[in-house]
Design a protein around this ligand. Sequence first.
Ligand SMILES: NC(=O)c1ccc[n+]([C@@H]2O[C@H](COP(=O)([O-])OP(=O)(O)OC[C@H]3O[C@@H](n4cnc5c(N)ncnc54)[C@H](OP(=O)(O)O)[C@@H]3O)[C@@H](O)[C@H]2O)c1
Length: 259
Amino acid sequence: MIDPDPRVSGSGIERLRQHQVEVTVGVEAEACQQLNEAFVHRIQHQRPFGILKYAMTLDGKIATQTGHSAWVTSPTARREVHRLRDRCDAVIVGGNTVRQDNPHLTHHGQGSHPPLRVVMSRQLYLPQSAHLWDQGEAPTVIFCGPEPDPEMHQHLEKQGVEVVRLESLTPAAVMADLYGRGHLAALWECGGQLAAAAIAQHCVQKIWAFVAPKIIGGEQAPSPVGELGLERMDQAIVLDEPQVTTYGPDILITGYLAP
Ligand SMILES: NC(=O)c1ccc[n+]([C@@H]2O[C@H](COP(=O)([O-])OP(=O)(O)OC[C@H]3O[C@@H](n4cnc5c(N)ncnc54)[C@H](OP(=O)(O)O)[C@@H]3O)[C@@H](O)[C@H]2O)c1
């Protein structure tokens, strides 16, 4: 495929042809496009490609009504998520997920490229001790609002965690920062509140939804996407190019959000 980067687009092919190298463009065009989807998005939109991944039960819950979520899916499905993390530059969660799940967000040995672990928390009301603060595992950056808790701010920096204050803490502002770090793909592994905000701000281009054949119930149990302000079923966001795969007992549905 032709490199979409306007700085080089087509000139490499031209150069090869000038040197009598035969070049065929457009072989397996769709597959090439998909292979390079994060790079293409980065070049065209000046933002990393956003993937929202979640795991839910058959009745659409990502945790119990007490907030417990370990584990919704099987080890086979979770291994696939570890591989996906390895292909991403950043993995993003919000403060509640840190408080409830104390996640590691590493690739658990399923690759060689540990993603940057990213937390969004308005005031840094976070636990003093968490796996994400252990910088020996992988680096972590926390984005917070303009007035974080000073004690926690200091505590985190002492542990080597980078803290970035933003005037307005939004998914779009975080993606702009990650773009500046050269990132191609960012994986949203957050709960429903932050997922809804990320979708509303066009920070999600692809969905990875695991569905486990389990029912947990609970009227207050959270679902994967919070308030989007949609009132009618014909306003629903419909996935393009949906695909279904199985991992052990679990089903993975992927697809794209229309630009
Ligand atoms: N099964 C799954 O796939 C999965 C994945 C992740 C989480 N979970 C579950 O989901 C639950 C947490 O859900 P959650 O929706 O509260 O997720 P979350 O990932 O913690 O996101 C919400 C938090 O993000 C922070 N935030 C910063 N800026 C924000 C903005 N502009 N908009 C919204 N949030 C912003 C806030 O943290 P502060 O309050 O610190 O300011 C807020 O409380 C937990 O029970 C967890 O176990 C399940």
